[in-house]
Design a protein. Sequence first.
Length: 403
Amino acid sequence: MTLTIHFISVKPTILVGGFWVASAPRHYLGDIPVKDLITSEKIRTRPIGFGPFKVKTIVPGEAVEFERFDDYWRGRPLLDGVSLKVINPDMVPQAMASGELDVCDFNAQVYPDYLNPVNYQYIGQLATAYSYTGFDLGDYDKEKKTNVADPNKKMANRSLRQAIGYAVNNAAIGEDLYNGLRVLATTIITPRHAGYQNRDIKGYYYDPEKAKQLLDAAGYIDIDGDGYREDPDGKRFTIYWAMMDGPGAETIAQFKIQNWKDVGLRVQLFNGRLLEMNVFYNYVQHDEPGIDIFDGAWQTGFDPDPFGLWGDHDWNFPHATTTELMAAMTDCSSEQAWDDEFRTNAYRKWQELFFEEAMAIPTLWRTEIVAVNNRVKNFDMASSDIEMKLHLIGLTAAAPYKK
């Protein structure tokens, strides 16, 4: 059979990211207003799709039970079903060793302690994701649906933002705390999109002397000799930083605070503590008063188009942009960008402008690791957006192997 798709409009980024594969069943969801989809029981507890397994039961926030869909279009799946559950990351090594789990994401911070597993093995890949330090630079106008930069914001000085980037030894965080499975990110474009990377950009590498010079030139000077710089008006200067809680987060937070202290910047955690993920993103998206900088992460997916996070909308958490950045971003998906050379150069120009403006500091790229029990066959990390072969996953034994 042939499916013909008519576009109202189409961007050249489809050449990079491909076609969206998560089709929605019109007969099932068509009568639900888009604004109500996220809370609909048809989405939250009774979803349907067209994959090799169908949802049997959902315990929100805890587990999902799937059962085989015999009429799957690529053939009857090998597994009877799949049990998906949430587990504390600290419990993963023991759960894998005891055979409680067949497949699970593995924490890069503890990976070296379990280098030679007996009953499971590791697979990994570069992630289409990056971590970054962002800045509060403006506000989102809900009526006009646009970001409005505020030159009076504490982090409005570009040299200050650049200094914050050069002050932190992110390469050491990647090597020592993530055991080399995360590396210094030089740009917002990840290594999975290497053809679009501007490799001339060296990134905000660790250079505390350069950070000090930038701060000196911008007028941030330690006037009273207490080791911390005052602002250009001579007033006490404190930066309040929002960071998510998670494995190793406290260690990373204290390390970065010390790095910033080494160049004379007083940085404190917002409300004096790390934040739960959902609270964190609610705060930074909706301009929680008192947050000056924040550490976030972004999963780009297969399309590197930067508009998803850095365009003129409320998901642009700094809530600011520039005419030059918007023009360069528009070029990435313009009609001219159907030409490969033009599109590649447009991405590289945008990265250069983004680096210079320092609206955010890319910090780390990452490698994802998954532990897989020895009884599992035909499992890999290729996204089903690229290769639809989940129906081929099988088992060679009745129960998971134990250590």
